[in-house]
Design a protein around this ligand. Structure first.
Ligand code: ADP
Ligand code: MG
Length: 252
């Protein structure tokens, strides 16, 4: 089954097309990396899937539910509240700048949505949070506040927070871009471990070696379009489109 299916997705800001007919699917257990220059629409695409931006055309389905589609008259139609909520729970999102709640300690950051959205008891939510913190190597940080943690630690908390809702797919938007190079590796290793566990993931990244190592498939976006898509060896070693070649040359 497709975990995510995007068809002809369109999005404009102030009349300017930012996504110009994006189509792709993501299978269960697959790791898809999205690369492309700044401003090409990568974040907007993830934000549309995660219901953080309304779309202007096309359709998005998640785990078989149509989240949004466009009718014959060109009108965008979103699914009902229950389906939108289910879809939101299926998709976890990890942001470049962590987006932790600054006034909550680490444990509370991870339990909040479990309690209020999944209706878990505080005890269940905390037990689950502690398991995830252990997995992230942060078992001694549950009482710390985000400002007391390094960027890498904050990002690991935000990954734990996303995993706490047991998403079907995890979307990462440049998860290491706000980190010093020495902290980047610790986050890339966490994502690698999740890939080995067959977590379905979309990773927007500028880490080309990492993308090549962990991805089943890579998409190169430029100017709101998917310019090229393929398995990492083909796309990185033998790019077909001149725009892909030009982009990859910058990283050599
Ligand atoms: P990327 O993540 O690939 O760098 P983005 O999706 O962030 O690209 O941005 C794509 C384009 O959309 C850019 O030109 C950006 O300036 C524009 N854009 C993104 N968000 C907004 C917004 N909220 N309002 C207006 N323009 C936006
Ligand atoms: Mg971006």
């Amino acid at each position: 089954m497709d975990i995510i299916s995007v068809e002809n997705l369109e999005k404009s800001f102030d009349g300017l097309g930012v996504l110009k007919g994006i189509s792709f699917t993501l299978q269960k257990g697959e790791v898809l990396s999205i690369i492309g220059p700044s401003g090409s629409g990568k974040s907007t695409m993830l934000r549309c899937i995660n219901q953080l931006e309304p779309i202007d055309g096309g359709s998005i389905s998640v785990c078989g539910d149509t989240m949004v589609t466009t009718d014959a008259q060109g009108k965008v139609v979103y699914a009902n509240k229950e389906i939108l909520k289910a879809v939101r729970l299926h998709c976890g999102m990890v942001f470049q700048n962590f987006n932790l709640f600054p006034h909550m300690n680490v444990l509370h950051n991870i339990t909040e949505a479990q309690i209020f959205v999944l209706k878990k008891t505080k005890e269940e939510a905390e037990a689950n949070a502690r398991l995830l913190l252990k997995k992230m190597g942060l078992e001694d940080k549950e009482n710390a506040y985000p400002c007391q943690l390094s960027g890498g630690q904050q990002q690991r908390v935000s990954i734990a927070r996303a995993l706490a809702l047991k998403p079907e797919v995890l979307c990462f938007d440049e998860p290491t871009s706000a980190l010093d190079p020495e902290l980047t590796g610790e986050i890339l290793n966490v994502i690698k471990a999740l890939a080995q566990e067959k977590m379905t993931m979309i990773v927007v990244t500028h880490e080309m070696t990492f993308a090549r190592d962990i991805s089943d498939r890579v998409i190169f976006m430029d100017d709101g379009q998917i310019v090229e898509e393929g398995n990492p060896n083909e796309l990185f070693n033998n790019p077909q489109n001149p725009r892909t070649k030009k982009f990859l040359n910058r990283f050599e």
